[in-house]
Structures are given as structure tokens and as C-alpha cells.
Design a protein around this ligand. Sequence first.
Ligand code: F1P
Length: 617
Amino acid sequence: MEVYSTDGYTSLSQLADHELALPVTEKSNPLTRDIDRADPEHIVHLLKVCDAEIFQGDGERLSNKQTLYSNSLGQTLVRLTRKVEDILKDPEDSLIVISGCGTSGRLAYLLATSLNGLLKEMGKEQIYSYIIAGGDKALLTSQESIEDNPQQGAEGLKKVCEGKKRVLYVGISCGLSAPFVAGQLDFCMNNVDIFTPAVIGFNPENMARNEPIPGWPLTFRQVIARMEELQKRNKAFIINPVVGPEAISGSSRLKGGSTTKIILETIFLSAHEAVSSHKKITVEDIMDRIKMYEQVYKVTYSQSEMIASLVHQAGESLKKGGHVYYVGWSTLGIMGIIDASECIPTFGADAEDICGFINRGYSEMKNKEGDLREFGPEFCISHMDFVSNILPTATELDMVIFLFTQDDHLCEIETLVSQTKERTSNLHAISHDLPAGSDSNILNKTQFASVVNITWPTVNCAHKKARQELSTKWILNAISTGGHILKGKIFCNYMLDLKVTNSKLFKRAINILQKFTGCLQTVCKRALLQAIYDTEEITDVTVAAEVTTHTLMAATRSRVVPTALVILTRNCSLLEAKSQLEAHLLIRDAVVACLPFSHGQTGQSTTTDKGICNLIV
Ligand code: F1P
């Protein structure tokens, strides 16, 4: 079905092929194509059906696709669990390193820190360590350019492991794409006498990223191919179930992050249990644990109505220039900080739009580099900082959400509630295991505007925390994603105004432009570079420069993808595109006004005065 084949444009069938060839983690999820026009209830419903794909049944036999419930994945997890057990039993000179970029690195930090806490309680040696690209600053703010550097990844790993004789390395890259992680995996494979590498991601091996990495001889896919060989000898582990595309295309903080947490906890908590109860872990045990997480999913989304009301409230605050503050205790504070930190790169949000706070700040975070407040206001994360920096200027427009459990300091919570209520009644709670109905219950005494309280069956402490954290993650992801959708930040299920700060995001930007304009990749790239370099004329030298040169420049610019989109669809100058966009406060409004089709004409191609716009979302 060739719709337009003159130079510069591609055909609908080619566009469809293009979408098919995208890795799962970059595809547009058909379930959420209209999420930008949904009301809060429907947004939560769409996130729910999208998250259900994490637990889809074993599709291996039907589609050759590994899922979380695949027997082959279960076997890999059992083998990896045994490696962890070996180290737990004989920890001398050994280390388990969990590493990743962005959200993946933040989850690596959370897991390593929590697991060390468990070992400490038992009086055992703390053998977990984490690496996040960009260091601890990246726990709170995005440092995405470092993700492109395989050498820095390898050097960082070498440093952490100095003097160790046995290292289990777990690298997380949801898209099987981050050069930083590729560098570490490769380093492990070059030193197999000490290192055993494992990788976690959510694409099939043949969809691991295959673009050349500047200044490095391998692609991520080649690294995976080498690991496949080692895996046959139990010397490497590839964990890559397919959980379907994200609700917001490419936003791997959502399903990617949740599934990462499920997999890591399944491996490590199973190993801890095996050692303490002298039990041999089986595939059935692994599956039971995954079923437990599926139950967490069901219980969490059984509160959809309340979650939708929080989404509505967050949307109201964000739309009116207010803020959303997560005030959390213990690891729920960390879940809040992680969710908030992701909003800047995901939605182009300002650092102060959604912020997270944790009681006792960095001493509660237990991060490697300690107190980071010297780096600026966005690094002030304790409740004391909240009281002194935020509360004095807080208004009814600001939404405050307390995150806590029955095990947290309830008196402290009560005091902070009173202080907050002096400034805003827009105060809500997400709590776990608070006994309902009793008069002494903080939820009754303090009159939150709304409460999501979830009660879990009694289990041991580590499992309880794991459930509370994941459940809180799902609710906060819904609040921040839904709030930004209501604020008009999303078009169809794409974040158009993404920050093009690393090579993966550069590629994503070009994909988006191709998809919405039908223009050839080379044409899209030129328009994107025009927006990045703020120039009407792009030279061949600039086009040929390395992606890093472009992404460093892009970090200093705003609205580059929307600008390129208008250049392409209107076939206009950069100046004209910028002035078209400036007339609109919200990107979604700007795009709807500038694109030569009205939303809802999905699947149709529309003739414009300058060409054809193919929209096959
Ligand atoms: C890592 C990551 C994401 C972030 C953004 C840029 O992705 O930092 O966490 O949201 O998309 O990339 P990955 O390596 O886990 O795929």
C-alpha cells in the first residue's frame, strides 16, 4: 500500500514494518493508544491492563516468547539463585554487584541496600554492592549521558570489585541497550575466572540493541551473543522475559522497573531463604513467588477507584502550577524519591513539580556517597528539608501524599500531618497494614483528604516490605503518569517532548518523528538536528558527527522533538515551527494544533498542502 513514494517520504507499509522491527520495549502498546484522552478512572484501568502483561501466561510454546512464567526462565532463575546461595554460604572475598542506569540503577541501589540490611540484621557480612551510571547523584536526578559510556561502566565495576576473588555481577538494562552495562558485561566475560555476569532486560536476544557504540568495538547484541555461549556452560545468565510494550512508549520505569524488582527479589530472597532453611529452591518455588507478586498486583489495583481519585488530584495540582510532594518513611520514602526523580526525563517536568522526601534523609537512604545536599535544592530530601524549604510556601494547590506503614514512627507521622495541615488540606495517605476502624488509628485521627490503605497477609519482614514497595510503586507510577497525562504532556501514548540526552533517546526521537510524519529516517534526523543546533541550515559535517555530540547539545535545548515535528509536518522553517509552538503552553495542544490531522484519525493518512502525514499509531 504505497501512499507516497516521492523522495523524502515512506509508505504506510514501510512504517508498519518499521514499528514491527522496533524492540518490544520501544513499541507503542496498542492497549494505551488513547491514554492521552482518558479520564482518571480510565487511565488507571489502562495502566492496570498494561501491567497485567507482566504476568501473562507461558507464551513460549505458542510464540517462542519467554515470559515471567516460562519454565525455561524459571530454570535460569533457579541456577542463578544457586550461585547467590554459594556466595552467601562462603562470602569471603566475594561480592554481588547489581548495576544499571536511570531507574534500573535506582532499583539496583534499593535492592543492594535492603539486602545488606537483611544480612546485617543476621550478623552476616554485607556482600551486596550497587552501581548507578553517574554515581549517587543519579539516584535523584537523571544523568543520562553517562549511560552511553561502556568504558566508564567497566572502570566503575573494576573499582568496586578490587581485591575480590569471586564476583556475581547483575546488569540491568530494560531495553538490553545501555552501553554502560554492555561495558560491564564485557569486562566480566574477559575475566571469567573471577566474574559471573547476569543480565536482566525485557527484549528477546535478537532485539538487543545492535547499533555501533562510538569508540567501542561491540554492540549490545554482540555482547549478548557472547553471553549466550557462556550461558550454555552456566557461566553467564540472560534473564529477558517479554512483558509487552510500556503504557507510555519506551517508559521503562513502569513495567520494566516493576519486573526488574520482581525478578531481583525472587532471586535474592529465594537464595537467602534457601540458606537459612537449608532448602533446595525449585522452579515451583520460583513460580510461587511470582504468583505472590501477581497477587500484589491484583490487591493494588483492587483499589483502582481510590487511585483514580489521587490521579485526578495530581492532575489538578500540576495543571494549576501546583506541586505533588511524596513524604515517605523508610523504603516507601525511597519509592517516592525514585518515582519523583523519573518525572524530569520522562515528562520534561521541572525538578520541583513532583518531589520526594524521606525521614532522616541520607542516613535513611544509606547510599554510598552519603549526604548530597551540597549539589542543590533538589538534593534536600529529608522531612526536615520538607518542613523548612517546602511547607512555608505550600498552598492548597499543592498535593501532599504521605507514604507509610504500621511499622513506621506513627507519632512522627501525626506531628508532620499537623504541620502540613496548617498549610494545605490537600493531604492524602498511601499506607500499608494499618488496622482499620480503631480510634487510635492514625488514619482516623488525622483526617487525610483520602486514604489508600492496603492490608497484606502476615509474612516475614523482607516479603512484607517487598509487597509494600511494589504496591506503592504501582500507585505512585499511576499518580505521576496520570497527573502528567492530565496536564497534557502525552500525545497518543508517546511522550513527544522527551529529553534527547543519550543515544537511546536520540534513536527514540527519530522513531517518533518517522512514525508521526512518515518521513524518511534521514529527513527526520536533519529536522531533529535543526532543532537541536537551533539552525535553519544543517551541514553534512554536523549530520555525520557522533550521536554524543548531538545529545550533549540537546541537553541544553527544549522542545526539540516537537519543533522537528512541526518542521516536518508543516514543511516550514525552524523559526516558523518555534513560533507555532510558542503559541501553546502545553505540548499536546501545540501538537494537535500544528499537525495536519485531528486526533482520532488513527490509521488514516491525510493529505496536507505540503505532503502526506501517515499516522499509524
Ligand atoms: C535506562 C534509562 C531509563 C530512563 C530513560 C533512559 O534504561 O535510564 O531508566 O527512564 O529511558 O534510560 P535501560 O538501560 O534500563 O533500558
